[in-house]
Design a protein around this ligand. Structure first.
Ligand SMILES: [Mg+2]
Length: 300
């Protein structure tokens, strides 16, 4: 971090004397410029955060309009990309530690303020948060389903594509898209929507082989690369997927039904088709299926 960089801190704290105190003790740390803005309520703090240009949030958990872990949750939900340091009273340390488990970067005890330590705490919180974000961006795994994410799919699938071309073997790519996920979200809320995505992931896992590459490549889009699938087998694989979906939908206790549109394409090693072309063809096939369903019913 450059030493001349200004760090914009939003202090959400109902007692104004703390803003003055923090400005005073941090001003002595002359090599770094902390700019401290203060919001006295959660609502004004959230409003300020929505305008951007904040680097770090220093958060008191007991505010006039919100108290305890709820305060932390609401700030974190609104700005998951910002580091949060909890600003707590001595008697609240247990709660502060709970926020660490939920993703707070650190906590500072109000009665124990020292400019050097505070300055270091805030800088380290920012650095740690930056590293965590970078690692998350490098990840090949989708957090929600445990399947590969888009990056993971391309990384692994491309290797298989090279191998298949060299060894003159066939590959199949199947793309699937959840029908009417928006309807599930609208009717039952986003937690149900997330659960539906996880259910689809389980159905895909039970429908394909361990050696196949299964990924969630978008919000409601999945891709499978079936390695060494003989050409005629694609229809068998898709039939198995549809049977597993039907089995899942059978119990009358299900609050929502799951349905998938799918498309597939086969890679013929002789044809010189690139990985990108193969993905584009599978995608076209998927959308053709979706359009044909649209004609039959009002599936979104
Ligand atoms: Mg307070």
């Amino acid at each position: 971090m450059s030493e001349s960089l200004q760090i914009n801190v939003l202090l959400i704290e109902d007692r104004p004397e703390y803003a003055r105190l923090l400005r005073d003790i941090l001003a002595e740390e002359s090599h770094l410029l902390f700019h401290i803005e203060c919001a006295a309520k959660l609502e004004t703090g959230l409003k300020r955060l929505s305008r951007g240009r904040t680097d770090l949030v220093l958060l008191d958990l007991s505010l006039p309009d919100s108290d305890g872990i709820e305060t932390f949750n609401r700030v974190q939900n609104q700005v998951p990309s910002l580091p949060i340091v909890v600003f707590t009273g001595l008697n609240d340390e247990g709660l502060a530690i709970e926020t660490l488990r939920k993703g707070a970067q650190d906590y500072v005890v109000k009665g124990d303020l020292d400019g050097k330590i505070l300055s270091r705490t805030l800088r380290y919180a920012m650095e740690r948060h930056r590293m965590q974000q970078a690692i998350r961006n490098l990840s090949l795994i989708d957090d929600l389903t445990g399947l590969y994410n888009r990056r993971g799919f391309w990384t692994i699938a491309e290797q298989h594509w090279h191998l298949a071309r060299r060894n003159r073997r066939d590959l199949t790519v199947i793309m699937a898209d959840v029908d009417n996920l928006k309807g599930i979200n609208d009717a039952f809320g986003h937690l149900a929507g997330d659960q539906a995505i996880k259910d689809i992931a389980d159905i895909l896992k039970s429908s394909f082989r361990k050696s196949d590459i299964i990924a969630r490549i978008g919000g409601d889009e999945f891709a499978v690369m079936a390695v060494e699938a003989a050409r005629g087998n694609v229809q068998i694989l898709i039939r198995r997927l549809e049977e597993n979906l039907a089995k899942w939908n059978q119990p009358s206790s299900r609050i929502y039904r799951l349905s998938l549109s799918n498309g597939s394409t086969n890679f013929d090693a002789e044809s010189g088709v690139t990985m990108e072309e193969m993905m584009a063809r599978a995608d076209e096939s998927l959308y053709a299926h979706k359009r044909s369903k649209h004609h039959q019913s009002d599936v979104a």
